[in-house]
Design a protein around this ligand. Structure first.
Ligand SMILES: [Zn+2]
Length: 441
């Protein structure tokens, strides 16, 4: 295996089946294959918070996402590299992604021009969003300065000053050793107008070329091949998204991530995806950054996205928000979730979700899990995280089976039939001709 793992062909993407524009694929890496569509669970600090990685794997998680910015600041990429890379450092033998650091550089720092964080809550026009008039999260005391060649930022950990360049991001990600790395980009927010978003996108495009040069110019340090994905930007502006998608698709990246401001609502995200995916080659894997809600994933899978990452399933678990498809009368739950802190569950002996095969649902009652939460026991968030990860894995397995059976529309209606307007919007681009017409061979 070690010699085979060094061959460049070890990384690749196989397109196995199509259902409309949706794709059933397999992302091959030196640490195993990822069956797609797939959910990428987030382990920001090289840890899915509170969970032993063996438990994460047992829950069916195929691939994890770790954050370059955090690991660069603490413990430092050199420490991880001395361990032979993130897989060994964190005890995770399966595939790993790292981001470029750009998102955190821009979201945890404050921009000089706005004096606020640049990255808004996703979908500000929808319930739970930040709202059109609400100011973004202030981050006084730190700052980011964006130049043509580099980004200066101040660490949120200790106030130390740092500079990131495209080359630095690649060097750090090479040292961390993830199977899939991302090009350095600026993530713009809904605060930015079309002119700024355009200028930023063009700079991100110049950075994309520099990332490719840096990536190709340095050998993989840990003895296995790593992939580099480009990132499509352009905000919610049609001309910019189309230009960015065509530009990134024209460069020799191993795959393509769709990033940045996806619009102010799910409806806008659907349009952004339609504009973007039309320009993408069928043979490249496609990753959508930061989406993890059920309607969002369904809409993106229908449009031909292969992988997703989102911190929400595990972050929500830590506050008692449990993913569950239906209530106990078999009626779909609003948002496919329940709040376990609700007093109604205090004596409830049922599992979190009837029929769930996770190790939490097989052993523990809602009343016990609620007690753990209310008591501040760390076991509570752990057990809820296991269930929420398993929920995501069951959803993705159902989608993969539906694509294989060419029954994706029926699958979407089974999830969203109680909200016909949402189902129609999710399926909006599934008509013939909406996606690339031919399979890659
Ligand atoms: Zn469960």
């Amino acid at each position: 295996m070690p010699s085979a793992a060094r061959t460049p062909q070890e990384i690749g993407f196989d397109l196995l089946e199509r259902s409309g524009a949706a794709r059933r694929g397999r992302l091959r890496t030196a640490h195993g294959a990822v069956e797609t569509p797939a959910f990428v669970a987030v382990g920001t600090q090289a840890s899915v918070k509170g969970l032993d990685p063996d438990v994460v794997a047992t829950s069916g998680v195929q691939v994890l996402f770790a954050n370059t910015y955090h690991l660069y600041l603490r413990p430092g990429a050199d420490v991880v590299a001395e361990h032979g890379g993130l897989h060994r450092f964190m005890g995770w033998a399966r595939p790993l992604l790292t981001d470029s650091g750009g998102f955190q550089v821009f979201s945890l720092g404050a921009s000089i021009e706005h004096r606020v964080g640049k990255v808004a809550n996703i979908f500000p026009d929808e319930p739970g969003g930040s709202g059109g008039s609400q100011r973004l999260r202030p981050t006084s005391g730190s700052m980011v300065r964006v130049g043509e060649d580099e980004v200066h930022f101040v660490s949120h950990v200790d106030g130390s000053r740092h500079v990131f360049t495209p080359e630095k991001s690649i060097a750090v990600q090479r040292a961390l050793g993830a199977d899939v790395t991302l090009a350095f980009d600026e993530c713009t927010s809904p605060l930015h107008d079309e002119a700024y978003t355009h200028a930023s996108m063009q700079r991100t495009h110049r950075w994309a070329r520099r990332c490719l040069d840096a990536f190709g110019g340095a050998p993989a340090p840990h003895g296995y091949h790593q992939a580099l994905f480009g990132i499509v930007q352009g905000g919610a502006f049609e001309a910019l998204r189309r230009e960015s998608a065509a530009f990134v698709a024209g460069l020799p990246f191993d795959g393509i991530a769709i990033g940045g401001n996806l619009g102010r609502s799910h409806a806008e995200m659907h349009r952004v995806l339609d504009w973007t995916i039309e320009a993408l080659p069928a043979g490249s894997p496609r990753h959508l950054l930061g989406i993890g809600d059920v309607p969002g994933i369904l809409a993106a899978v229908v449009r031909g996205v292969d992988t997703f990452d989102c911190v929400a399933p595990t972050r929500n678990a830590r506050t008692g928000t449990v993913l569950a498809r239906r209530d106990d009368a078999g009626v779909p739950r609003a948002g496919f979730r329940l709040n376990l802190r609700n007093a109604a569950f205090a004596r409830d002996e049922r599992p979190l979700e009837t029929g769930c095969d996770c190790s939490t649902c097989r052993r523990f009652s809602r009343a016990y899990l609620r007690h753990l939460l209310k008591s501040g026991e760390s076991l509570g968030p752990q057990l809820l995280s296991v269930h929420n990860l398993r929920f995501m894995e069951r959803l993705m397995a159902e989608l993969r089976a539906a694509i294989e059976a060419d029954a994706l529309e029926a699958c979407v209606l089974a999830w969203l039939g109680h909200r016909p307007d949402v189902a129609d919007a999710v399926l909006g681009a599934s008509s013939p001709g909406s996606g690339p017409a031919t399979l890659a061979t």
